[in-house]
Design a protein around this ligand. Structure first.
Ligand code: G6P
Length: 474
């Protein structure tokens, strides 16, 4: 593949903020995607294009931010308050997010938000055109930018365009509810290669393409007129070594020592998510309540660390969920607490990496029960952190990761009774079984880490481009 490589996502791998003193502050993302893609965008000449996370930036600030980001191979797309409201909070997170996660009752269909989604995708396209040429490789990420591959294809017909969807792609019966389903699919098929986390997402996408657009598919290829495009499953991995090494590190050890006496004789159940209705947090709490009712001997012996990371707090459903979780935690703690014990330790914020690593390392059980999740990386991070191979993962069947982590205790997140029994089984699982299950999962995750994910996707792009060339030459 010739040309330079450009990564495009709604958010840049750095968040820019204005401090109280009016200074511009940059905080780089430590997330898996940023780490995995750093091998690409940090290379000389390559680029990452996206929103820097700050709203309504004035011209002087724009200049400062652009210059600073430029040094690190990043190019900002600035968005106004209105654009964020209608494109990000509106169409992306009020329409596509709920619909693609099967929360049809939450999805709103608003024409103004749709128009803004089109306009902002066009803004991203213009930003790319300022930087790209026809022989470049452009890798677009996620549901905020579904129209972008099509827009790019029109302007750069020979460019190599990849698209990866980080959230589920719903079944045709759900996807067809979307008023602008035709435009969305036409946007997506501008790519040469479309990647999804699971085979099911990929199948759902191809079924919608054939039923809505009428393009047939065979063996993961779709013929769009004379163009052949590829669709494949690329389950995203984590930066395995980072979690493994951190679990062994002095920093993590220091945190563990500090809380040792507090956690002594306590079994810990870990729950970590962004605040989101797709994560199944409420049912998880109700299951814990039921567990303590059903098995009162565990009172005083087991507690849950509930870490909820603030997210999309301007969107109504997220605000409401926050209130519901606050109430539930209060009710459960009020009902079961003792003077020297509390069932839930609730944190509504982010925690530092060493604390996170200590929690992964120390927790006896990770309880991860999303109603629907594209992949879920928290469960993978938990498994990678278990260097002593003691711990049990309870995982929802509805997370993409369940396809790979079959050695977890898999549950249906709507079956509260099953979650209750899974908690009991996890707490009572013999150490030898814990170790065997963890080892199997660790071997898979170590091999298919985030770097492998990036390599496989890039290889897929080369393969489809070569096939297209062969077909054109015939
Ligand atoms: C999910 C999405 C990402 C998104 C992230 C955080 O993982 O797939 O595209 O960046 O959530 O959400 P936010 O709305 O804060 O970007």
């Amino acid at each position: 593949m010739a040309g330079k490589k450009i990564i495009v996502s709604n958010r840049l791998p750095v968040t820019v903020k204005e401090s109280q003193e009016g200074d511009i502050e940059f905080s780089p993302s430590a997330g898996g995607l940023a780490t995995g893609l750093s091998s690409i965008y940090k290379e000389e000449g390559n680029l990452w294009i996206g929103w820097p996370g700050m709203i309504d930036v004035d011209k002087k600030q724009e200049k400062t931010i652009t210059k600073a980001l430029h040094k690190d191979n990043m190019f900002p797309v600035f968005l106004s308050k209105q654009e964020i409201k209608k494109y990000y909070e509106g169409y992306s997170n009020g329409t596509l997010w709920p619909l693609f996660h099967y929360f049809t009752e939450f999805a709103k269909f608003d024409d103004e938000e749709w128009q803004m989604y089109v306009m902002v995708n066009q803004r991203f396209c213009d930003a790319i055109l300022q930087n790209a040429s026809d022989d470049d490789v452009i890798w677009v990420h996620d549901y905020q930018l579904l129209l972008l591959p099509g827009m790019l294809r029109e302007r750069l017909p020979n460019a190599t365009i990849g698209f990866f969807q980080h959230i589920p792609f719903p079944s045709y019966e759900i996807f067809r509810l979307l008023p602008h389903r035709v435009q969305i699919l036409q946007g997506m098929i501008g790519a040469d290669l479309l990647g999804f986390h699971t085979y099911d997402d990929m199948r759902h996408f191809m079924s919608s393409v054939s039923r809505i657009l009428g393009y047939g598919h065979s063996m993961g290829n779709i013929s769009v007129g004379n163009r052949l495009i590829a669709v494949d499953a690329f389950p995203m991995g984590i930066d395995y070594e980072k979690f493994e090494q951190s679990a062994r590190s002095r920093k993590t050890h220091t945190v563990l020592q500090r809380y040792k006496s507090l956690w002594q004789d306590q079994k810990l159940i870990l729950s970590i998510d962004r605040l989101d209705y797709t994560k199944g947090i409420k049912r998880r709490l109700l299951a814990l309540d039921r567990f303590l009712d059903a098995y009162p001997d565990y009172k005083g012996k087991v507690s849950m660390i509930l870490l909820v990371v603030p997210s999309r707090d301007k969107v109504g459903q997220y605000q409401q969920l926050k209130e519901e979780i606050d109430t539930l935690v209060g009710n459960i703690n009020g009902k079961h607490s003792r003077l020297n014990w509390m069932p839930i330790h609730y944190f509504y914020r982010s925690l530092s990496f060493p604390v996170l690593s200590a929690l992964y390392t120390r927790s006896d059980v990770a309880l991860i029960t999303p109603n629907r999740d594209g992949m879920n990386l928290v469960c993978k991070e938990y498994v990678a952190s278990k260097v002593d191979r003691k711990g049990v993962l309870i995982l929802s069947e509805m997370a993409g990761a369940a396809k790979e982590l079959s050695e977890a205790i898999l549950i249906n997140p709507n079956d509260e009774g099953q979650i209750v029994e899974a908690i009991k089984s996890a707490l009572e699982m013999p150490l030898e079984e814990q170790s065997t299950r963890l080892l199997d999962m660790q071997q898979k995750l170590k091999r298919y880490n985030v770097h492998k994910w990036v390599d496989r996707f890039m290889e897929g792009l080369t393969v489809i481009k070569n096939r297209q060339k062969e077909l054109d030459a015939r």
